[in-house]
Design a protein around this ligand. Structure first.
Ligand SMILES: NC(=O)c1ccc[n+]([C@@H]2O[C@H](COP(=O)([O-])OP(=O)(O)OC[C@H]3O[C@@H](n4cnc5c(N)ncnc54)[C@H](OP(=O)(O)O)[C@@H]3O)[C@@H](O)[C@H]2O)c1
Length: 260
């Protein structure tokens, strides 16, 4: 299948590790010119050097805890370089814990990192997408938008807000050839999952291997996802071939979510 992503420009956030990095690699392999975003410049340089078909890939150092600064950096980049046909909104997940004991600051920082930053990025990239009558906005969220996950109270709450923000945008932007979709990862083998397993094992008083096996057993596929499996779904949604898919939540979770 020709995805027709050659020479398209993509802004891929949270792209020095896990799902974001695998997505940057997959898009670059299709000929997309990728601009990476994350906080750690050394990791950005390392990832940049690993991207296939190295031509004009680039990076922006930015922290999703500061939406105003993120907006200025991305706007400056677009003015001095080029706009983007594809935006992948992705960043680190909120800390875990039960919702009852969550404090106000945790909600505020998760809302800033996930919703406000996604929003300023969309505002920065949409003018170019409208000009080209082509745009793909893909938000990496979580299956918790369909079924809240135990012990991830703040995350469950903020993910729901992001999913509704995204669906509303899909309604508004579809007429300009722009689609807005969400990819919902299940348990995926990344640094974040390692941390979640550590927390579960400490809470349950069992080994990390036992905690991991309990999680795997909850998945019909009986295994964790590879980041590349998420990247493939995101790459398809970024392509021409996904032109009539708009406003959806796509779980990539091995069948773990117990709802339709
Ligand atoms: N892995 C899973 O099982 C799973 C399941 C459901 C949902 N998710 C969600 O999917 C998303 C990606 O997860 P992942 O497992 O791929 O994460 P990850 O392996 O921890 O990678 C996170 C990436 O985001 C960047 N990042 C983190 N905080 C940032 C910030 N404040 N500003 C800018 N960049 C930031 C990191 O680079 P720097 O540290 O250099 O900034 C890194 O490149 C998260 O929202 C996560 O909650 C993951």
């Amino acid at each position: 299948m020709n995805l027709n992503l050659n020479n398209k420009y993509a802004l891929v956030c949270g792209s020095t590790a896990g799902i974001g990095k695998a997505t940057a690699m997959a898009l670059a392999a299709e000929g997309t010119i990728v601009t990476l975003v994350a906080r750690n410049e050394d990791k950005l340089k390392t990832t940049l050097a690993e991207l296939p078909q190295h031509r004009k890939h680039d990076y922006i150092v930015a922290d999703f805890s500061n939406p105003q600064e993120l907006k200025e950096k991305v706007s400056d980049y677009i003015s001095n370089n080029h706009g983007f046909h594809v935006l992948v909104n992705n960043t680190g997940g909120p800390a875990g814990g039960p919702i009852f004991s969550a404090n106000i600051e945790e909600f505020e920082s998760a809302f800033t990192q996930h919703l406000k930053c996604n929003h300023v990025l969309v505002q920065s990239v949409v003018p170019f997408m409208k000009e080209h009558n082509f745009g793909r906005i893909i938000n990496v969220i979580s299956t918790s938008v369909k079924q809240p996950l135990d012990g991830l109270g703040v995350s469950n709450t903020i993910r729901g807000a992001v999913a509704n923000w995204s669906k509303t945008l899909a309604n508004e932007l579809g007429q300009f050839g722009i689609t807005v979709n969400n990819v919902l990862p299940g348990a995926t083998g990344t640094e974040r999952l390692t941390q979640i397993i550590k927390n579960k094992s400490a809470k349950a008083g069992n080994t990390e291997e036992e905690a991991a096996n309990t999680m795997k057993n909850a998945v019909p596929a009986k295994r964790f996802a590879k980041p590349e499996e998420l990247a493939d779904a995101i790459t398809f949604l970024a392509s021409d071939r996904a032109s009539y898919i708009n406003g959806i939540n796509l779980p990539v979770d091995g069948g773990r979510t117990k709802s339709l």
